[in-house]
Ligand binder design. Structure first.
Ligand code: BJ8
Length: 384
């Protein structure tokens, strides 16, 4: 059995991180292939078809930022700094034990950070077209999907067959459905689950070497919550219902999502990459699999795409389906694409949907917590 060592500072790590390191080490010792990923544009199906486990690397902790700032500018998105900081300090078990990284040129900060990350281990960077509809965008992206397949084959010395890709598409579509059903429990009014729990369950399940196990777990939890609703929630009054939109929120869960709920509202939905954004859109199982994968991921409604009308369409549907009373937009420091798009989002929410909207600009440090609490408190009050 191959032996893998732990980082030098392992003994100083908190218990949860130590546990994750041990789990990953065991996985490596079982000779499992591990690929680190960052973004919703990642074609996970190809990783699955390579018999590899995909692990999500996005940094969420403030503690890794000082190390990142030795090489990255301070005025940069905290998600980017935390991701690089966790990798360069050996504090991320998923990066530490991944064989390679599969990432995409989304925003400028991320794509330039990947150049530094590439000094640490093999990073395959997919070039994302700047828009979904430009002439040649799909064909260009399809070539990028093909190059991922070829790199995985070369890196691991394997052949990824069409049948393997088709099987992976089917399995991931089933997983998408299970995740979506779980998110949609919060459409019930009043919601039998907090937004904080939704996010915690989804993010802790993101890394799961066994997708069948993950699907079974989510299906069971969804059924339990529906049962709980029938027994204890149905017919009772609801607290104000909030939808989160904007940048990914895993790094500000305590700072924003938890606080909204402590202040008296329910976070019922996420129109961001921590929510059902891409889960609602399965991959076509009938088409040529590479084309179907390319088409599916090019439809992701991220602000890095210009134009990006699909995001407002998704907001429109989600506000109605989740019976939302107010929208909180999270803008991470120096995220220009979401910050600029927030103008259209605000107009849409207040003028077309006629509900209140607030934008919170923040980073991963606790220094602005009091100011955020004051603003969120006033917002929740407005929704009562
Ligand atoms: S598909 S949202 S996961 S790029 S890192 S853009 S917050 S400045 S994360 Fe994202 Fe993929 Fe889009 Fe989703 Fe802004 Fe920060 Fe850039 Fe960010």
């Amino acid at each position: 059995m191959p032996e893998f060592s732990l980082p030098e500072n392992f003994e100083t790590y908190p218990e949860a991180r130590k546990k994750a390191f041990i789990t990953m080490k065991e996985l490596k010792e079982q000779s499992r292939r591990i690929v680190g990923v960052f973004c919703t544009y990642t074609p996970w199906e190809l990783i699955l078809a390579a018999d590899a486990v995909a692990v999500v690397l996005c940094g969420i902790g403030d503690d890794n930022i000082p190390a990142a700032e030795l090489r990255l500018p301070k005025n940069l998105c905290p998600l980017i700094k935390a991701s690089y900081g966790a990798a360069v300090t050996d504090r991320c078990p998923f990066f530490y034990f991944s064989d390679m990284v599969l990432a995409e040129t989304t925003c400028d900060g991320k794509k330039k950070m990947y150049e530094l990350m590439g000094e640490l281990k093999h990073c395959h960077i997919m070039q994302l077209p700047p828009g979904k509809t430009g002439r040649g965008a799909l064909e260009f992206w399809k070539q990028e999907v093909i190059s991922v397949k070829e790199d995985l084959e070369q890196f691991y010395g394997i052949t990824i067959t069409e049948d393997k890709i088709r099987d992976a598409i089917k399995l991931r579509n089933r997983e998408r459905k299970a995740v979506l059903d779980f998110f949609e429990v919060a459409r019930l009014k009043p919601s039998p689950i907090s937004g904080y729990e939704i996010n915690t369950v989804i993010s802790s399940n993101e890394f799961s070497p066994d997708l069948e196990e993950k699907i079974a777990f989510l299906n069971q939890r969804t059924a339990e919550l529906k049962d709980l609703y029938e027994r204890e929630y149905k017919g009772k009054p609801s607290r104000p219902r909030v939808l989160i939109t904007g940048c990914p929120t895993n790094g500000v869960m305590d700072k924003i999502v938890k606080r909204i709920e402590e202040l008296g509202a329910d976070v019922v939905g996420f129109e961001n990459c921590c929510g059902p954004r891409e889960k609602k859109d399965p991959i076509d199982e009938e088409k040529d699999p590479i084309t179907a994968i390319a088409e599916k991921y090019l439809r992701v409604n991220c602000s890095v795409m210009s134009p990006n009308p699909g995001r407002l369409e998704a907001l429109d549907v989600q506000i109605d389906e989740y019976q939302v009373d107010g929208v909180v937009e999270v803008l991470l420091q120096a995220c220009h694409t979401f910050a600029i798009e927030s103008d259209a989002v605000k107009k849409f929410v207040t003028q077309k949907k006629h509900i209140p909207y607030i934008a919170i600009n923040t980073d991963y440090s606790p220094s602005d917590q009091a100011q955020i609490d004051t603003r969120l408190g006033a917002f929740v009050e407005l929704l009562q």
